[in-house]
Design a protein around this ligand. Structure first.
Ligand code: NAP
Length: 252
C-alpha cells in the first residue's frame, strides 16, 4: 500500500487530501498541531494521526523515528498559516510564525525523508502554495515572503533532483473555501477584487487536483484555469499584473 505524509491535515486542503488518499487505498500519516482535529480525521478515514508542529526540528525527527525506516512515497506539504499585514504592522514573532509554516515546515519534512527517497530512486514532494508566491498583493508582506520562499525551495529542489527519480511539485490554488480565513482573521477582507473573477475552489476540489498531480506528475500547476492564464500574462508583463492587483486591492 503506498504511503503518503500530509501536513496541515487537520483542516482545509490537507484534510481533504488525506481523506481522498485514504479513499484511494493509500496509507496516510496526517500531521498538524491540533490533536483533537486529527483524532476526528483518523476516525473519519483511517489516517494515522501524528500531532506535531511541523516547523519543530525535534518533532520532525521524532516522526522519522516513529516511522522506523519507512519513507513516504508522496509528501504533501499543505501546512500553512498567516494573517495579511504590512511589514510595519507585523511583529517579529508573527513573522517567524509565518516563515515556520509553510516554508520551514516544508523544508524540515522534505529534509527528513529526501535521503531515503533518493536512495530508493522514487518519490514526490508536493508543495501547496498561493498566488502570492508569484505576485504579492498589498498588505501581505510576510505572508508573501513565506510563500515566495516556499516556491524558491521548490525551484531549488527541481535543480537538485533532476534525473534522480524524485520530483518536487508546486501546486497553486486561487481562493479556497477552507477555514483559512476564519483561522486568520482580517485576511479575507484584504483579497484583491481581481480574485472575484476566478472560481473559488473547495478543499475537496483541491484534493482531487492534488491526486491528479500524483497520477500525472508535473513540476508546476495552477488552478483554476483563469488564474493560470493570469500567471501566463504575469510572466510576459509582470508590471501590468502587479498594477491590476494593486488597484483592485482594498485600502487599509
Ligand atoms: N485558503 C485559501 O484561499 C488558499 C489559497 C491558496 C493557497 N493557500 C495556502 O494553502 C495552505 C493551506 O491552506 P488551507 O486553506 O488548507 O488552510 P487551513 O484550512 O487553515 O489549514 C491549514 C493547516 O495547516 C496546519 N498548520 C499550520 N501551521 C502548522 C504547523 N506549524 N505545523 C503543522 N501544521 C500546521 C493547520 O493545522 P493546526 O493549526 O492544527 O496545526 C491546518 O491543518 C496555506 O499555506 C495557504 O496559504 C490557501
Amino acid at each position: 500500500m503506498p504511503l503518503a505524509l500530509v501536513t496541515g491535515a487537520s483542516s482545509g486542503v490537507g484534510r481533504a487530501t488525506a481523506i481522498a488518499l485514504r479513499a484511494r487505498g493509500w496509507e496516510v500519516i496526517a500531521v498538524a498541531r491540533r490533536e483533537s482535529e486529527l483524532v476526528t480525521l483518523a476516525e473519519t478515514c483511517g489516517a494515522k494521526a501524528v500531532a506535531l508542529n511541523a516547523a519543530d526540528p525535534e518533532a520532525v525527527e521524532r516522526l522519522v523515528a516513529q516511522l522506523a525506516g519507512r519513507c513516504p512515497d508522496v509528501i504533501v506539504n499543505a501546512a500553512g498559516a498567516g494573517r495579511w499585514h504590512r511589514l510595519e504592522d507585523t511583529s517579529p514573532a508573527e513573522a517567524r510564525a509565518m516563515m515556520d509554516a509553510p516554508f520551514f515546515a516544508a523544508f524540515l519534512v522534505a529534509r527528513a525523508f529526501l535521503p531515503a527517497m533518493l536512495k530508493r530512486g522514487t518519490g514526490q514532494i508536493i508543495h501547496v502554495n498561493s498566488p502570492a508566491a508569484y505576485q504579492p498583493w498589498p498588505h501581505s508582506a510576510l505572508y508573501a515572503a513565506s510563500r515566495g520562499a516556499l516556491r524558491s525551495l521548490h525551484e531549488a529542489l527541481r535543480q537538485d533532483l533532476a534525473g534522480s527519480g524524485v520530483l518536487s511539485s508546486h501546486i497553486t490554488f486561487g481562493k479556497v473555501s477552507s477555514d483559512y480565513f476564519l483561522s486568520n482573521p482580517g485576511t479575507e477582507e484584504r483579497l484583491p477584487r481581481i480574485a472575484r473573477t476566478f472560481r473559488t475552489l473547495s478543499p475537496e476540489a483541491c484534493a482531487a487536483l492534488i491526486l491528479r498531480l500524483i497520477d500525472r506528475p508535473r513540476a508546476e500547476t495552477m488552478h483554476p484555469p483563469l488564474l493560470a492564464f493570469y500567471l501566463r500574462v504575469w510572466r510576459i508583463w509582470p508590471g501590468l499584473v502587479r498594477w491590476l492587483i494593486r488597484i483592485t486591492s482594498p485600502r487599509a
